[in-house]
Design a protein around this ligand. Structure first.
Ligand SMILES: Nc1ncnc2c1ncn2[C@@H]1O[C@H](COP(=O)(O)OP(=O)(O)OP(=O)(O)O)[C@@H](O)[C@H]1O
Length: 287
């Protein structure tokens, strides 16, 4: 499902003395089945933008097209519910939302709430739990007896079990150790590539943007100031630093080596940087 924002503006508490403009002139298209990273310094409007996707906050002006449905300030509840059916939202620390007595019951809750029969919901929950790598022996356990990383995977399984076409992830790896972060990122990449989901990831971790995204939106001051491939967006590290953003470490090293006169090409990951360095000094390249 493709997504298009057209001239979207949003103001919190619009029309009151506490009005806070958060988005203006937001225009972009996210292609179907793509992996889009949304980056920008704190307060630049990233979370407000993704909240518009499932109508948690409707645009004050402008419109959002999701698949064949258009959403704007006037959109009714019935249309919103239809749109929500296709969108899975994973907010920061989603494990805080777990509440059922068993892992399987927690993951079944969403699908049943959407009208799936108990046995279909159980099938969907088992499939989702398998996808996130939870062992069958955990299904009857209390979610609160699991590790933090496992709790998060169960919470994500609850979203996947609703079989969304678009998965929106707002800093889903926050607070996990590096291994747990990498495992989740691999899961999201699998969902995009093998299960044809459109993935939208808000992150401050530029390594993940370089490794997984095929499309990047840069937010600043409540609007998109740049979009394109990671290669294009990370090509100008000074421009990003002015917006309090970084480039992947490999890109920084490559830039430093280039500045010292070495014939190193722009890279996004350490493997490719290592390959170039090794071929310069004449050794075996990375497999
Ligand atoms: N509930 C709210 N009420 C009023 N203003 C808000 C609310 N939530 C966010 N804002 C304001 O809207 C603007 C955009 O905030 P938003 O949370 O979308 O930024 P962000 O890029 O997601 O930041 P972060 O990376 O810290 O999550 C900021 O000025 C923020 O203070």
């Amino acid at each position: 499902m493709a997504i298009t924002f057209k001239d979207v503006a949003f103001t919190y508490q619009a029309g009151t003395p506490f009005a806070t403009p958060a988005l203006h002139d937001v225009n972009f298209t996210i292609p179907e089945h793509s992996f889009t990273a949304v980056i920008g310094h704190t307060g630049s409007g990233k979370s407000t933008m993704v909240q518009q996707l499932d109508g948690l906050a409707l645009p004050t002006s402008g419109s959002i097209q999701i698949g064949d449905t258009t959403m704007d300030a006037e959109t009714d509840k019935k249309t919103l519910n239809q749109i929500r059916r296709h969108i899975g939202m994973v907010f920061q620390f989603p494990e805080a939302q777990l509440f059922e007595q068993s892992v399987i019951a927690d993951v079944m809750f969403g699908p049943m709430n959407y009208g799936m029969s108990k046995s279909d919901a159980e099938d969907a929950a088992k499939k989702a739990l398998q996808l996130v790598g939870m062992p069958e022996s955990s299904y009857d356990k209390s979610p609160f007896d699991l590790s933090g990383g496992q709790m998060r995977r169960v919470a994500i399984a609850g979203v996947i079990a609703m079989e969304p076409e678009i998965l929106v992830l707002d800093e889903p790896t926050a607070g996990l150790d590096p291994e747990g972060q990498q495992e989740l990122m691999t899961l999201f990449a699998t969902l995009q590539k093998e299960h044809n989901l459109t993935v939208i990831l808000i992150t401050h971790q530029m390594e993940f943007v370089g490794e997984y995204a095929d499309n990047v939106l840069v937010f600043d001051g409540g609007t998109v100031v740049k979009s394109g491939t990671p290669e294009a967006v990370f090509a100008d590290s000074d421009w990003l630093r002015e917006r309090q953003l970084d480039v992947p470490a490999a890109t920084q090293f490559a830039d430093m080596l280039q500045a010292k006169g070495l014939p190193i090409e722009h890279v996004l990951d350490l493997d490719h940087l290592a390959d170039q360095v090794v071929s310069l000094i004449g050794g075996p390249t990375h497999e």
